[in-house]
Design a protein around this ligand. Structure first.
Ligand SMILES: Nc1ncnc2c1ncn2[C@@H]1O[C@H](COP(=O)(O)OP(=O)(O)O)[C@@H](O)[C@H]1O
Ligand SMILES: [Mg+2]
Ligand SMILES: [Zn+2]
Length: 507
């Protein structure tokens, strides 16, 4: 984004052109007030501010400071040094400079264009300094910013001393991060407190190890929500690249102060009443939606069929492509949305279809209608399907303790490391076709078994891929380079259509 300021003789006026939105028109007032209060004068001339590129709608207050400095330069109240600097910040009427959302992505964009010195609001300096290669010049007032520009020739910008990703102070980042409130909205439970549900626990482990989408289907009280609450404790820290990506999203959301890279993966669990815009993103400031907030982490959809139809359909693109398109004022913005999808649902409205201890009271056909709320294309994108039933009361107490989250988390972390070390480092859940088959390194007998299972289940081409993807992750959890028959067999347990099959059995 470029700000061009023209200060010309003529009737006094102040015009901003180049698709500014309402919030930017208010920039005129903020800039006027700030100039005056900082001891400069607002030149009584014709001021035209052009925001480029012209076709991109500008929003928010992040250009205030650039506009004010442009006016100072254009009216020769300020002579700049030789330095090429980027300028980001909102102005208060008194000339104070405020933090704006999206500091980190803006700094990254500047550095990509070769502008490495950036004037930023001082209270956002730590966040801006997370952009690798940026030299941050923190300022608190317009006067200070003007001073920094003037001194460009003589004074070099001071890099903010910050622990950088992978640097010697990386430990410090982890510590600082641990002190932050968890990004997730869900309460955290430990797998050690989940009784029974051997298959569902295993499916969750596989899903998180390989970034496979998972659907748990079962009656109320089976522990589906409880299982979802164990997710934050099962995920390894983000690596440097993922941490930067997650921090960019947190910065764009702008709802919290960022002092260090976000090292813990986000776990988002939006309520089923969420709006389309809330899930996908948008609004005047192009705020990230839940699918983007879950980028690099997990999106939990509890009570899946209760979500709005358009909200459910909107999940297809992120699940397939790892991004989401948001249409705004005739332009589509693409935002990152790569997450592991974990969903849970009752098999029918009353919840008891197929359960051992209670009969379903739904009218005929109602259960299938309920299940069809999850459309075929969305069903196709779910790798792991698990039917869960209630654990009997006697088994909820006593018995040997189950594996704790720490033990399972260690297996997940090791399996993820194996995937990252492989060719392009993609998680198994995102590999398709030829690359996937190569990755599996199956012998002839295993390949035959996979084909047989595929024929048996009449799996589509997509279904065969799904079987192999899951088998690859099961082998990775075991530390096996090759996918063996036992891995393919286990993967076949998590086949789709548990839903409809159950419905038919009962009917
Ligand atoms: N397998 C289980 N192990 C331990 N507690 C369980 C289990 N299943 C259910 N519970 C208990 O029952 C409560 C309700 O379970 P919940 O996870 O809300 O079920 P669902 O989401 O399947 O309706 C849980 O908070 C937990 O106290
Ligand atoms: Mg529940
Ligand atoms: Zn029912």
């Amino acid at each position: 984004m470029r700000v061009e300021v023209d200060v010309a003789p003529g009737l006094p006026g102040f015009t901003i052109v180049g698709l500014p939105d309402a919030s930017l028109s208010e920039a005129r007032e903020r800039v006027r007030g700030a100039l005056r209060n900082a001891g400069f004068h607002h030149p009584p001339r014709r001021i035209t501010v052009n925001l480029a590129p012209a076709e991109v709608r500008k929003t928010g207050a992040s250009l205030d400071l650039a506009i004010a400095l442009g006016i100072l330069l254009g009216s020769e109240q300020l002579r700049a040094g030789a330095l090429r600097v980027g300028v980001i910040g909102e102005l208060g009427l008194g000339g104070e400079i405020r933090r704006v959302p999206g500091l980190l992505p803006m700094c990254l964009a500047l550095v990509r264009r070769g502008v490495t010195s950036v004037i930023v609001p001082a209270d956002g300096a730590a966040e801006a300094g997370l952009a690798p290669g940026a030299c941050i010049i923190p300022v608190t007032t317009l006067a200070e910013a003007a001073e920094a520009l003037r001194d460009g020739r003589s004074r070099r910008p001071v890099p903010v001393p910050l622990p950088r990703a992978g640097g010697p102070a990386a430990e410090g980042i982890a510590l600082a991060d641990a002190a932050l409130p968890a990004a997730s909205a869900v309460p955290v439970a430990d797998l050690g407190d989940v009784r029974g549900q051997v298959v569902a626990r295993r499916a969750l482990e596989i899903a998180l190890a390989g970034e496979h989408s998972l659907l748990l289907v079962g009656p109320p009280g089976a522990g589906k929500t409880l299982l979802a609450q164990t997710i934050p404790g099962l995920l390894p820290d983000l690596d440097d690249a993922s941490a930067l990506a997650a921090t960019v999203v947190a910065s764009a959301a702008g709802d919290r102060h960022i002092a260090a890279l976000v090292r813990r993966p986000p776990v988002r669990s939006p309520h089923h009443t969420i709006s389309y815009a809330g899930m996908v993103g948008g609004g005047p400031r192009l705020s990230p939606g839940e699918v983007t907030m879950a980028d690099q982490g997990v999106l939990v959809a509890d009570e899946l069929p209760e979500f709005g139809r358009d909200v459910l359909e909107a999940l297809r693109q992120p699940l397939e492509e790892g991004v989401v398109s948001v249409v705004r004022v005739g332009r589509a913005a693409v935002m990152p949305a790569r997450f592991t999808f974990v969903a849970a649902m009752n098999p029918c409205q009353c919840g008891h279809l197929g359960s051992v201890d209670r009969a379903c009271t739904c009218p005929p056909g109602a259960a299938e209608r309920y299940q069809r709320r999850i459309s075929g294309p969305l069903q196709d994108r779910i790798d792991l399907w698990v039917g869960v039933d209630r654990v009997a009361a006697v088994d909820l107490v006593g018995g040997p303790p189950a594996e704790s989250s720490a033990i399972v988390a260690a297996r997940i972390a090791a399996a993820r490391d194996r995937q990252r070390a492989r060719d392009d480092g993609a998680p198994n859940g995102r590999v398709r076709g030829r690359v996937l088959a190569d990755r599996c390194r199956m012998d002839a007998a295993t390949e035959r078994r996979a084909v047989d299972l595929a024929d048996n289940e009449r799996l589509s081409g997509r279904g065969t891929d799904r079987l192999l993807r899951v088998a690859r992750t099961i082998a990775d959890l075991e530390g096996s380079d090759r996918v063996r028959i036992r891995h393919v067999d286990e993967a076949a347990h998590f086949r789709s259509r548990v839903l409809v099959a159950k419905a038919r059995e009962v009917a």
